[in-house]
Design a protein around this ligand. Structure first.
Ligand SMILES: [Zn+2]
Ligand SMILES: [Zn+2]
Length: 176
């Protein structure tokens, strides 16, 4: 699979049982739907009830087609923005993969830190951190951000993935 921006092959990293593909040039991250599923564990069930309202209201999603191609299918990705926020992710409507640009990743981190709930989320991901250190196999740059990364991984799983049904319907109803 190739980076949608740099067109070089993506590397693989295992973080907290989740396999993640990353670009060693732009540090974009690619999550496959199945990979997010695999990352779930028993404790994660509690996390589902956390009220982190990054993507709460489906009516506030704004979707626009991108030039970037899905690393897997080579089909155009759709950028999803939430309201007026800086939160943007790129979705593939075929394989349900999620692409995060470096900047998109940073914006989510900033937004999370501004939320009161972030402490709960970070507290939770801290428990996973020791284990994650030991099995981490990605570049140093991502290693430094592993706590942020884990928090975002959780959000993608529980908040974003939950909206997928709505998002897919919105994407398929766009004029071609
Ligand atoms: Zn890249
Ligand atoms: Zn795809």
């Amino acid at each position: 699979m190739k980076c949608p921006i740099c067109n070089i092959y993506l590397g693989k990293s295992i973080i907290a049982n989740a396999e993640v593909d990353y670009c060693s040039r732009c540090y974009g991250l690619w999550f496959e739907e199945g990979e997010l599923e695999d990352a779930k564990d028993e404790k994660d069930r509690d996390l589902r009830w956390l009220d982190i309202d990054l993507w709460k209201d489906p009516a506030r999603f704004r979707i626009s087609p991108q030039k970037k191609m899905c690393p897997k299918d080579r089909m155009p990705l759709y950028e999803v923005q939430y309201g007026d926020s800086n939160i943007k992710v790129d979705l593939c409507n075929l394989c349900y993969g999620v692409w995060l640009d470096r900047g998109e990743f940073k914006n989510i981190v900033v937004c999370l830190r501004e939320k009161a709930e972030h402490r709960i989320l970070y507290h939770y991901t801290k428990d996973l951190l020791e284990e994650a250190w030991e099995i981490f196999s990605g570049p140093e740059m991502l290693r430094e951000e592993i706590l942020d990364f884990l928090a975002i991984l959780k959000l993608l799983m529980y908040k974003f993935a939950a909206q997928y049904g709505t998002l897919s319907r919105m994407i398929t109803s766009l004029p071609r």
